[in-house]
Design a protein around this ligand. Structure first.
Ligand SMILES: C[S@@+](CC[C@H](N)C(=O)[O-])C[C@H]1O[C@@H](n2cnc3c(N)ncnc32)[C@H](O)[C@@H]1O
Length: 234
């Protein structure tokens, strides 16, 4: 029996028409789709692809608990990998839905680590949240030999401060409950006027604001773009 192929399919940042044609074709033709949900909430990835999923497709849902410890999340991916492996062993292809790009801070990497040694795995790249946020904010990210620094918001305050201070163009991801800390660091460095806040880019309830005007609380799907220099694009 020939085993199936596991596809890690990038869906882009949220707007369904930012799904690539290749990803759309794979999702439409899939008999088995897999995706994570966070702590029992509705899956963002599934919502992006909803119109493309066949009504009779089997759905493998990996419910990933929200916890600081890694073991409960690892157990959810272990269980998901077992179900996906069973479908692949039965000769079925499995399309795993991934918000943004699968290999850019994507949870698909946990399945890739578990299954790529045993099965054929193909990755379909997607529009990342970084390029989507830059586009929606009207902010070019880097030009010529400039360096782009990508920082996760959960980093400790002192590390954020040092890395932002030494950087040129900066993107801060996973803002969520770390907004106050990040704001303080950026204000301490005198960079607030150069920072833009973007929430749920490309979705109908998208928010794009100067960081100074950002709301007090940020959702998980938010980002801060910071470009130093008065007119860095010339
Ligand atoms: C686990 S990472 C996933 C990144 C994704 N794989 C990608 O390629 O962009 C989640 C973070 O991506 C960012 N993000 C994803 N989608 C976003 C959106 N539509 N608007 C703003 N930020 C987004 C947020 O910073 C969020 O905390």
């Amino acid at each position: 029996m020939v085993t199936g192929v596991l596809y890690g399919v990038g869906l882009g940042p949220g707007a369904p028409d930012l799904i690539t044609l290749r990803a759309a074709r794979l999702i439409e033709g899939a008999a088995v789709v897999a995706y994570p949900t966070l702590a029992g909430a509705a899956s963002f990835a599934r919502a992006i692809a909803a119109d493309l999923i066949a009504p009779d497709a089997r759905e493998i849902v990996m419910d990933v608990p929200m916890s600081v410890e890694r073991a409960p999340a690892q157990a959810a991916y272990d269980a998901g990998a077992v179900q996906i492996a069973a479908a692949l062993d039965a000769g079925q292809d499995v399309v795993c839905l991934c918000e943004g790009d699968p290999f850019f801070y994507g949870s698909f990497m946990y399945l890739f680590a578990r299954l790529s040694g045993r099965y054929r795995v193909e990755i379909v790249p997607g529009v990342t949240s970084i390029t989507a946020c830059a586009a929606r904010a009207g902010r070019p990210l880097v030009a010529r030999n400039e360096r782009l620094t990508v920082l996760p918001g959960p980093l400790p305050e002192e590390e954020l401060r040092a890395r932002i201070d030494g950087a040129e163009s900066v993107v801060i991801m996973k803002v969520g409950r770390h907004l106050t800390k990040i704001r303080t660091v950026i204000a301490d460095l005198g960079l607030t006027d150069m920072a833009v806040y973007v929430e749920r880019a490309t979705l109908p309830d998208e928010v794009v604001l100067p960081l100074a005007d950002a709301p007090a609380a940020a959702p998980y799907f938010s980002m801060i773009l910071l470009t130093k220099g008065a007119d860095p694009w010339l």
